[in-house]
Structures are given as C-alpha cells and as structure tokens.
Design a protein. Structure first.
Length: 202
C-alpha cells in the first residue's frame, strides 16, 4: 500500500484562501482548488472536509492573518481620531496592494450571501460585527480618555466607519481611483468626528 503524500496544510490553506478570494465561493470549483493546491480531491477532503468546510477554514484564516491587522491599527493608534484615519488608510492599502487578489474576501463573500449555508452566514456576520465592535471599543476609549465628548454617539459612528470600510472595498473593486478613495476617507473622518473631538484636532 502506497503512503499518502504529506503536505503543509497551512500553505495549502493559504493557496485555497487566495483562490476563493480571487474567484468567490460560487465560481470556485473543486477542480480549481485541486489545480492551485496541487492536491487530489481526496487529500483536500481528508485534510479540510468538504468544500464548505474548507471555505469556512479559509474565512477563519483570513480573519486571523488579514483582518487582524486592522485590530492592531485600532489598538496601536495614539488617539481615536488617528485610529479611524489609520483603519481607513489600511483598508485602502489592502485593496490596492499588488500582493492581494483585490477586494476583501469577507465583503465579497457577504455579497454572495445567498450561496452560503447558515453556519457560513453566521461566520460572516460575526466577522463584520466584530470589526464594528472593535471600532466602537476604540471610540469608547477616546471618550474615557477625554479626547471625545461624553455624548459622542460611539455606536452610530462605529457602524458608519464599518459601512465606509465596506463601501471603500466595493468602490475599489469597481475601479474607483485610489486617490479619490483616500480623499473620501479623509473627508469622512472629519465629518464623523468634527462635532465630538475635544479641543484642537491632531
């Protein structure tokens, strides 16, 4: 009996992530995955389960290796305003990076929502809500530290920022110029926070 060929599951998952990221879930076939991952279908199934389970593993990897960077930006910023500016810059950098297939895997997946089962839809919802909660948490910190006024509507602003991040991704995918999106992001930060920043803005 021949031995099953060993392979690096982490590297294989990275390849699968980029295939789904480029093509979307619906347009990605098992044949596409076999070719890109250089694995037989049985090896993929044995390592990751069926296509739906593989896709969920890909979403989890995307969250932990890509979207986690935005949480770092929010956490490391010296102020709430710098956090919002930073996360806008980060999403634009992400969308226009030559290292990425383009767009955001999560946002593109949500746009294919009707193709997913309930557990996958919940994963996508949790990821987007988690991003929104991270923004809201950083805004609340700004209130506690006296940077933002006590009456700052942190939930509304946090959800607006999340909507803007998703909108920027869709606009980038529709080939809006990078310069225009950076101008939009800068104007949005000013509009969202101008009535709530205490004292002169940095």
């Amino acid at each position: 009996m021949g031995r099953t060929k060993e392979f690096n599951t982490d590297e294989a998952l990275e390849v699968a992530m980029r295939v789904f990221w480029k093509n979307g879930d619906e347009a990605t076939s098992m044949e596409n995955l076999e070719e890109a991952m250089k694995l037989k279908r049985t090896s993929i199934y044995n390592a990751f389960g069926n296509k739906r389970k593989l896709y969920q593993s890909v979403l989890d990897r995307y969250l932990n290796t890509i979207l986690s960077r935005f949480a770092v930006v929010l956490k490391q910023a010296d102020s709430a305003q710098e956090a919002i500016e930073g996360v806008f810059r980060a999403i634009i950098d992400h969308n226009f990076s030559f290292d990425n297939p383009g767009g955001c895997l999560v946002v593109l997946s949500v746009m294919e929502n009707q193709q997913h089962d309930e557990s996958t839809r919940r994963m996508l919802e949790d990821i987007l809500q988690g991003l929104s909660h991270a923004v809201i948490k950083r805004l609340k910190q700004g209130v506690v530290e006296g940077e933002l006024k006590p009456d700052t509507p942190v939930r509304r602003i946090g959800e607006q920022v999340t909507a803007m991040l998703n909108g920027i991704t869709v606009m980038a995918k529709a080939h809006f110029p990078e310069r225009h999106l950076r101008e939009l992001a800068e104007a949005s930060t000013d509009t969202l926070l101008k009535n709530y920043v205490v004292g002169p803005k940095k």
